[in-house]
Design a protein around this ligand. Sequence first.
Ligand SMILES: Nc1ncnc2c1ncn2[C@@H]1O[C@H](COP(=O)(O)OP(=O)(O)O)[C@@H](O)[C@H]1O
Ligand SMILES: [Mg+2]
Length: 255
Amino acid sequence: MSGETVLSVEGLSVRFGGVLAVDGINFTLRRHDLHCLIGPNGAGKSTFLKAISGVLRPSSGRIWINSQESTRLPTHRVARLGVGIKMQVPNLLEQLSVEENLWVAARCRHSAFKADQIVESLIDRIGISKIRSSRVMDLAHGHRQHVEFASALAIEPSILLLDEPAAGLSETEVNELSMLLRQLKKEMALLVVEHNTRFVRMIAESVTVFHKGRILATGSPDQVFQDEIVRNVYLGRDAAAWHSAPPVTFCQFKT
Ligand SMILES: Nc1ncnc2c1ncn2[C@@H]1O[C@H](COP(=O)(O)OP(=O)(O)O)[C@@H](O)[C@H]1O
Ligand SMILES: [Mg+2]
């Protein structure tokens, strides 16, 4: 099922001094997409998500969220347009409780009354009622990941950006997360940066490979993971595992 375009990125670049971390990316995401972004360390994946969410200002290019231009808007304004982000590094208010963190996040876009309702519904949906009153600083890694995730959902996004959500999770937790993402896809568009290829294969309908700030390839998981150039660039150390794969014919390379 393919929905309307919720995210358009045109010629997006982000430069850090001499490093062009994101280099002229064109990208589109539609409602109900569950799209994974993969690529080696330093490829520019996190920078790309941060630029979309307003955490980083692009050096050039343009971004539209739900048909409204968001290119130079600060994070809270981008959030109000419907973008939720779970970043790679922790981004919670350590001294506050779990429910206070969720409330603050929800309040960014909604009234106090609606924020109360969202907090209750998220605590139930993510299954974190036992830790709702715990301070974030006291949480174990798995619980913290749940709260980070719930916090990104608290604005009720139409676009959810997740940077390595499966990092450090057990196999059971990864399975639960993949089920949750498939449910969320019914309501929104998801763009997920992930290293765990098993997880990518479990969830993704389409995959884009970043390399040196550019799009190296995009296609279905099978097309992308079977592609020899992608395997050389990204899966070098795992290449043996893919030797039995048939030759690639479909991957679309972007110049
Ligand atoms: N805040 C920053 N200041 C300077 N350089 C940065 C910053 N963030 C990222 N970079 C550089 O930008 C490039 C892309 O980084 P990043 O987006 O984190 O890659 P990925 O998430 O794909 O591992 C790397 O060369 C990294 O060192
Ligand atoms: Mg990263």
